[in-house]
Ligand binder design. Structure first.
Ligand code: AMO
Length: 434
C-alpha cells in the first residue's frame, strides 16, 4: 500500500515507505537535491544527499520537470527543518509520467492567472489545493443535504432531463432534437415533483442538473447548475416549506464548519453560521428598504442583482446573512405559484444569502380550475401541459416546495467571488469546452 502525505506518522520514522505525487518543486544544490512531492493531502519532502543515494536517482531528480508524476520509495527520517517534521531519503524513484514543458500555467506560483486560462487548463488549475478543496466542500454539502432530508422522511427522486415542455419560461430553454421531435433540456424538475404530490410520495427531493440558456454573463448565472429541489404535500402554508429549508441550510452550514474544517482551512474560508431564525421580509418591505437607501425601483419590479446586493448590505448591518423575501407580486412568479387572493401578491418566497438569491419556491396552486386559469393568464399552451394537469384532476393535496442552487449556496458559504469557482467544468454562453 502506498503512503500519502497525510498517512505518514512518527510510527513510520526510520521505516521504508512508498509515496506518489506530482513534482511540485525541485531544488538542486550540488551536494544535495530536494524534491517536493505533492499529493491530494499536502506535500512530502524527498531529500537526496548525493553521498547517500545512487547516481541514477540523483540523475532522475536533477532532470525532473515540474508536475511530472513520480513514485518514490525511501526511508522516513525526522527533520526539524521540514514543516511536516520528516523527510524521505530515496532508495528508488520511478518517473511514472513526465510532464511536458513549459507548463500552461503555474500551480504554486503566486501570479494571478486569468479565469479563462484557468478554465481552459482546469486539470492543472485543480492541482492547487485551495481550488480542489472547494469540491470536497461541495461533495460534503450534497451528502449533508441527503442526510438531513432522509432524516425528515424525504424520498430521493430522479426526474427526466429530456423533456417536452419547460416550466420556467420559454426564454431559457435549450432545444434538443429528440428522434425528429422537439425536446428541451430540463430547466427544473418542477412539473414532475409536483405530479408526485398526487401519489402519496408526499415528500420528495432531487439533486440534479438543471439547464438554463441564460443570456446574461454574470458571476451568478451559468447554463448548467445543480438544483436541489424539494416538494412537500399536506402543508398548511408555505411556512412549513420555509422551516424545512431553514433547518436544512443551518444543518449543512454548521456541519460543513465541523466536518469540512481541513478543506476550509485549505481554501482560506471562514464559514459563519447564519443567525436563525432567518428574518422574513415582505417583498414590499424589501423594496422599501432599498428605496430608502437611494436605490431606484418601483413596487412590482424585480430587485435585480444590484437591489439584491444592496439589500444584503442592509441586512448585514444587523448581522443577518440569510433572510427570506416573501409574497412577491403574483405577476412576477411562475404559473404554478398560488395567488394571494384580494392582493397583487403570491404565496412565494426567495431565500437570499449575503445579497444573492440562493433559493425560491412557495405554495403551489393545487386547485385544478385555478391552475388552469393561471396558466391561461400566463399565455401557456394547455395542451403542452396535459400530462401535468391530469395529475391535478383526480385528487391533489395542498403542497409547496423549493429549488435551491447548490453552487450559489456553496459560493456564498465560502465567500467566493464567482459561481464558476464551485463548478468543475462550468458551462456558460462562452464555454462548452472542456
Ligand atoms: P428558480 O428559477 O428561481 O426556481 O431557480 C431556483 C434556484 O436555482 C438557482 N439558479 C441558478 N443557478 C445558477 N445559474 C443559473 N442560471 C440559475 N438559475 C437558477 C438559484 C435559484 O434560486 N422551479 C422553481 C423552484 C421551485 O419553485 O420549486 C425554480 O426553478 O439559486
Amino acid at each position: 500500500m502506498l503512503h500519502d502525505s497525510r498517512s505518514i506518522t512518527v510510527n513510520d520514522y526510520e521505516k521504508e515507505v512508498t509515496v506518489e505525487g506530482w513534482a511540485q518543486e525541485v531544488r538542486n544544490l550540488g551536494g544535495i537535491s530536494f524534491l517536493i512531492l505533492r499529493d491530494r493531502y499536502g506535500v512530502v519532502q524527498i531529500t537526496a544527499p548525493k553521498k547517500k543515494i545512487t547516481p541514477e536517482i540523483m540523475q532522475a531528480i536533477t532532470s525532473l520537470s515540474r508536475e511530472s508524476v513520480v513514485r518514490v520509495t525511501g526511508t522516513v527520517r525526522a527533520s526539524a527543518q521540514v514543516k511536516s517534521g520528516y523527510e524521505i531519503i530515496p532508495s528508488a524513484l520511478i518517473v511514472q509520467s513526465p510532464s511536458a514543458t513549459p507548463l500552461p500555467m503555474g500551480v504554486v506560483d503566486k501570479v494571478d492567472v486569468e479565469m479563462d486560462t484557468r478554465f481552459n487548463h482546469r486539470y492543472m488549475d485543480l492541482r492547487k489545493p485551495e481550488v480542489r478543496s472547494i469540491f470536497e466542500i461541495k461533495s460534503l454539502t450534497m451528502r449533508l443535504i441527503d442526510e438531513y432530508l432522509a432524516d425528515n422522511a424525504f424520498v430521493e427522486i430522479f426526474t427526466p432531463k429530456l423533456v417536452a415542455s419547460g416550466a420556467e419560461g420559454g426564454s431559457t430553454l435549450f432545444k434538443v432534437d429528440y428522434f425528429g421531435k422537439v425536446a428541451y433540456l430540463a430547466q427544473s424538475p418542477q412539473l414532475y415533483k409536483q405530479m408526485l404530490m398526487s401519489t402519496g410520495l408526499d415528500r420528495v427531493f432531487e439533486i440534479g442538473p438543471a439547464f438554463r440558456a441564460e443570456p446574461s454573463d454574470t458571476a451568478r448565472h451559468v447554463s448548467e447548475f445543480i438544483s436541489f429541489d424539494g416538494e412537500m404535500a399536506h402543508i398548511d402554508s408555505q411556512e412549513d416549506v420555509m422551516a424545512m429549508i431553514e433547518g436544512c441550510t443551518q444543518f449543512v452550514i454548521s456541519e460543513v464548519k465541523e466536518r469540512g474544517a481541513r478543506a476550509l482551512e485549505m481554501i482560506g474560508s471562514e464559514v459563519v453560521l447564519p443567525k436563525a431564525p432567518y428574518p422574513i421580509l415582505s417583498y414590499e418591505k424589501a423594496v422599501g428598504m432599498v428605496q430608502g437607501a437611494g436605490f431606484k425601483i418601483e413596487l412590482g419590479e424585480d430587485l435585480g442583482t444590484e437591489g439584491e446586493k444592496l439589500l444584503g448590505d442592509l441586512m448585514a448591518q444587523d448581522g443577518n446573512e440569510m433572510y427570506w423575501i416573501v409574497e412577491y407580486p403574483e405577476e412576477a412568479k411562475p404559473f404554478y405559484i398560488m395567488e394571494k387572493d384580494g392582493t397583487p401578491y403570491s404565496y412565494s418566497f426567495d431565500l437570499d444569502y449575503r445579497g444573492q438569491e440562493i433559493s425560491s419556491g412557495g405554495q403551489r396552486e393545487h386547485r385544478y380550475d385555478r391552475l388552469v386559469q393561471r396558466m391561461e393568464k400566463k399565455g401557456l399552451e394547455l395542451s403542452s401541459f396535459e400530462f401535468y394537469l391530469n395529475s391535478f384532476a383526480y385528487g391533489m393535496p395542498a403542497h409547496g416546495g423549493w429549488g435551491l442552487g447548490v453552487e450559489r449556496m456553496v459560493q456564498k458559504m465560502l465567500g467566493l467571488p464567482n459561481i464558476r469557482e464551485t463548478i468543475l467544468f462550468p458551462r456558460d454562453r462562452n464555454r462548452l469546452v472542456p
